[in-house]
Design a protein around this ligand. Structure first.
Ligand SMILES: Nc1ncnc2c1ncn2[C@@H]1O[C@H](COP(=O)(O)OP(=O)(O)OP(=O)(O)O)[C@@H](O)[C@H]1O
Ligand SMILES: [Mg+2]
Length: 419
């Protein structure tokens, strides 16, 4: 119901009604009238007046009771009420004011006084409403800022930790990597010497023959290079992880830099890898990538990674929930990531899952701060609010969601290449 700007006069005396109506109309007010308390209450249910002038003595429910009823209803409790009565004694004045009336006008009226008081209270009401609205807005803005600060603080602490660990890992890994090659060479040489000995001395002493048999020397010499090869592959992999971790947390919050979106997606996937692996009965979550050739994008890479992380983490949650609901189902759990140039100036990243999906009601609220459908402790409801802010406000892009319950969800991120 919309607030209206008319004044409601409630009085059982027709002369009073017409005198007051005339006075207020000539002062420019819109007027409605009611002749008793009941009809006044009924009228305000349909349209809210800006102010009520209320007679105290009326047949049926009197002004005090009418006031009490209006103040008890959340819909009407904020309408300013001014009592009008001939009962100008102190006790009645106090009673009226204690029931929530804002003022009191004694009869017979001084027209100018009535108009002045009505004007003043309307102005007061307007100011109060304005202030309340401002307080609400400020509170919401503060809450939003606080939420962002907490999240940023958490991220920067996590970022520092991860960057530190990645950095510390670097030296020992580099040492292993640089030593593997000489080790391979040494082993090749030793192998050669051993083989030479075996060829030159056809009759080795019994103790050495025993030792050779026990160690299964042939197998050992064959296996050792393979073993070193796999160590080389693994250290290469650790090196990659370390680079990805550092890419993921690259501290560049103050300026935009050119960034390879695919690198961001891949390092995010790498950090989420432990959540993709099969867990107990739950099969592994498959990742399908369809990357187009994209130019580098001018952006805040750390923040964009945070967007990918929040969306991908939600997709994993949705897939886990889907699996819980449908353990016997044959559907594989999958996340698909497609990138393309949606226009010459923009890249588009689509991340979809075949998880639980969501209802329209949920979908409309997912970008709201603190909106979550997850259990306490599992979700804070910040992930997508932050992702939306990063994409839209920080990068001038768009973030959209399509979803159908039980089928899956797709997030579409569009980012301008140059901002
Ligand atoms: N891929 C998805 N499939 C189904 N529902 C989703 C998906 N992504 C988001 N949602 C819904 O949107 C809600 C809000 O997501 P959001 O990431 O903002 O918060 P959250 O995941 O609940 O908590 P957190 O702050 O830990 O991320 C989720 O609670 C979920 O209901
Ligand atoms: Mg989330």
């Amino acid at each position: 119901m919309k607030n209206s700007d008319f004044v409601l006069i409630v009085d059982d005396n027709p002369t009073n009604l017409s005198v007051l109506s005339q006075a207020l109309k000539s002062a420019g007010f819109a007027i409605r009238v009611a002749e008793d308390g009941e009809s006044a209450i009924e009228l305000v249910q349909h349209k809210l007046p800006a102010l009520i002038l209320l007679d105290v003595q009326m047949p049926g429910i009197d002004g005090f009771e009418t006031c009490q009823k209006l103040k008890a209803d959340p819909l009407t409790q904020n309408i300013p009420i001014i009592f009008m009565t001939a009962l100008a004694d102190t006790e009645n004045k106090v009673k009226g004011l204690s029931l929530g009336a804002v003022d009191y006008i004694p009869k017979p009226f001084e027209q100018a006084e009535v108009i002045a008081r009505v004007k003043m209270h309307l102005q007061l009401k307007q100011l109060t409403d304005h202030l309340e609205q401002k307080v609400l807005e400020r509170t919401a803005a503060l809450q939003k800022a606080q939420v962002q600060l907490v999240q940023q603080e958490k991220l920067s602490m996590l970022g520092q930790l991860v960057a530190g660990v990645a950095h510390e890992m670097n030296n020992p890994i580099s040492c292993i990597i640089s030593n593997i090659h000489p080790a391979q060479e040494y082993i090749a040489e030793l192998t050669q010497i051993l083989q030479l000995c075996q060829q030159q001395y056809s009759q080795l002493p019994a103790t050495i023959q025993d030792a050779i048999a026990q160690a299964d020397l042939d197998f050992l010499l064959e296996d050792l290079p393979k073993l070193l090869n796999s160590m080389q592959v693994s250290t290469g992999r650790i090196k990659e992880i370390s680079v990805s971790l550092r890419n993921f947390v690259r501290a560049d919050t103050s300026v935009k830099i050119e960034f390879d979106v695919h690198e961001g997606l891949d390092s995010t996937l790498l950090i989420l890898r432990h959540r993709l692996k099969s867990l107990g009965q739950r099969p592994e979550i498959q990742i399908f990538k369809q990357y187009a050739a994209l130019p580098k994008v001018e952006c805040y890479p750390g923040q964009l990674n945070q967007v990918f992380m929040n969306i991908l983490a939600n997709a994993v949650d949705a897939l886990e929930d889907a699996w819980q609901q449908d353990k016997q189902g044959n559907n594989s759990l999958a996340i698909k990531i497609c990138t393309e140039m949606s226009s010459p100036q923009e890249v588009m990243i689509r991340i979809s899952d075949n998880g639980i999906g969501m209802t329209d009601e949920v979908r409309q609220r997912i970008f709201d701060c603190l909106f979550t459908t997850k259990a306490v402790g599992k979700g804070t409801g910040l992930g997508l609010a932050i992702a939306h802010q990063i994409v839209v406000e920080k990068h001038g892009g768009s973030l959209q969601c399509k979803s159908s319950l039980g089928q899956g969800t797709e997030f579409v991120i569009v980012i301008p290449i140059r901002h």
